[in-house]
Write a protein that binds this ligand. Structure first.
Ligand code: ADP
Length: 489
């Protein structure tokens, strides 16, 4: 049995803005079910404290921390996983989005907020917070926890550390005066530590000092070692290649499986696939699209930002809408994309349905009702919607990058027959390649026998969390083996 402290800035269902929240809400429970002693630690944002039931006050004050800080204990909803909420009101007693203020900009004191969180996690990791528990492993996630491995590195007796990169695009970069204000050890201001071209980089704390590193897919682990995806950190990542691996996220099949999805109109599985047509009708109805039994329906769910390739889909739209297909899009993000999509939907309401916003119900309706799911992401550390799509028999059309490349196999005749092929994969992130992949998908759809086989191939794939959790346990073991304590920095 391993003792694991899992630190994250968002944990579903207490707080979620993206894939990190999903991982933090599911991996600890999976590890707990495998009989490991996992504790989660996250900031006590105002909305989290409100929704945490009746948390127990377990610590008041932390050594060396002057701002009033308390630690509350609760359980991760629906589980027995102990969860510690770091309550520093000056930093976290705010409602709404965890990282941005109401104006949509980052909170100006994010460095102070997450430095305070990192100090608390470090104190817990060293059993200096009065919680009478010492972990074997501290598992940190993304830049908000990046200082923890750096602060632990100089300790002579410390747990092993693992740092997971969920998205390298977010690094926690701040100014030199901010570094000074945070009162961090002066030795950390070095290019070998957390200084990055004259700025403070939180993520470097994890990348330089964690015993083991991983990202959320094997292909993304390779990609971030190149200038195209590495944001200048590729040199460091190449230097640490022996300690860097990729572990795919799992899908939470208790919420995302058409056989037991409580949100969709008609449940179905691989043996009752014909019932999926009822969900297709329902989806058309919700988006006001006319019935057209043989017309393929393509879905998109995601943030409307360039990362997700929504601009590629927009560029391909004139040609797409000239074909015999219908499209439904759900998402929110940059205003220019929201407006462009809404305008086309007004002009061509029989072909395109658009809903701007975050809507869990509609996301399920799309997975169940669409024939194909489009994910033209420019980069995608792992991606979840393609995993859901496979389980729902909604054939994914994806750009060959990151987790998409690792989870979807392109449809060739042989691949369809052997069971390997599960979707349509294109190589360059441009509108022409996307269009070509969609054309191939539609041609395949017109051959019902092999289409059905392709759909079933995807439904049979298993991306459950248990597989990922086993790989994380192996990573924890390697972290304990590679740990060197009392680093001289
Ligand atoms: P990322 O973390 O980059 O946003 P992921 O694919 O890893 O992308 O995870 C996104 C998650 O958020 C998925 O569960 C997806 O269904 C969900 N999601 C994204 N946008 C919306 C939306 N507008 N409405 C409902 N769910 C959404």
């Amino acid at each position: 049995m391993k003792k694991i402290l899992f630190a994250a800035s968002e944990v579903y269902p207490l707080m979620k803005t993206g894939g990190l929240g999903d991982v933090a809400g599911t991996l600890p429970i999976t590890l707990r079910n495998m009989r490991h002693d996992v504790r989660v630690v996250m900031p006590a944002y105002r909305d989290v404290l409100k929704n945490a039931g009746q948390p127990k006050l377990v610590a008041t004050g932390l050594p060396g921390v002057i701002t009033p800080t308390r630690i509350w204990e609760t359980k991760l909803p629906g589980s027995t996983v102990k969860t510690w909420l770091v309550d520093s009101p000056e930093h976290f007693d705010r409602s709404g989005h965890p990282y941005c203020g109401p104006d949509g900009n980052d909170w100006p004191d994010n460095a102070d907020r997450y430095a305070a969180f990192c100090h608390a996690v470090t104190a817990i990791a060293l059993d200096r917070a009065g919680l009478a528990w010492t972990p074997d492993i501290v598992h940190c996630n993304d830049w908000q926890t990046g200082l923890v491995p750096a602060l632990l590195a100089t300790e002579t007796a410390r747990p092993a550390t693992v740092f997971t990169i969920h998205n390298l695009a977010y690094q926690g970069l701040f100014s030199w005066p901010t570094f000074q204000r945070l009162n961090l050890p002066a030795s950390l201001w070095s290019f070998d530590a957390i200084e990055f071209f004259g700025r403070l980089s939180f993520i470097k704390g994890g990348l330089v000092f964690a015993d083991m590193l991983n990202t959320v897919s094997p292909t993304y682990a390779e990609e971030i070692c190149t200038p195209q995806y590495g944001y200048g950190l590729e040199g460091l990542l190449v230097a640490r290649k022996n300690e860097l691996t990729g572990i795919l996220n799992g899908a939470d099949y208790s919420a995302w499986d058409p056989a037991n999805d409580v949100l969709i109109k008609q449940r179905y599985d691989v043996g009752t696939l014909h019932k999926k047509a009822i969900d297709k009708d329902e989806l058309r109805r919700k988006f006001g699209l006319p019935a057209a039994a043989d017309t393929p329906l393509i879905g998109f769910v995601g943030r409307l930002v360039e990362q997700k390739g929504i601009d590629l889909l927009l560029a391909a739209m004139p040609q797409l809408l000239a074909m015999d297909i219908q499209i439904v899009i759900l998402g929110s993000g940059e205003a220019r994309f929201e407006e462009a999509l809404s305008l086309i939907a007004q002009q061509q309401p029989d072909r395109l349905g658009v809903r701007i916003g975050y809507n869990e119900q509609l996301a399920h309706d799309i997975e169940a009702g669409a024939d194909m799911f489009c994910m033209p992401s420019r980069f995608e550390p792992c991606g979840l919607n393609q995993l859901y799509s496979l389980r729902y028999g909604t054939v994914p059309i994806v750009h060959r990058t990151g987790g998409l490349a690792d989870t979807v196999t392109d449809a060739t005749d042989d691949g369809i027959t052997s069971g390997a092929a599960t979707g349509f994969v294109f190589d360059t992130p441009d509108a022409a390649a996307l269009l070509d992949a969609i054309r191939r998908a539609i041609a395949q759809y017109r051959q019902p026998h092999s289409w059905q086989k392709l759909v079933r191939n995807g439904m049979h794939k298993d991306f459950s969390w248990k597989r990922s959790a086993i790989q994380y346990l192996a990573l924890y073991k390697r972290a304990e083996q590679t740990r060197t304590t009392g680093a001289d920095i």
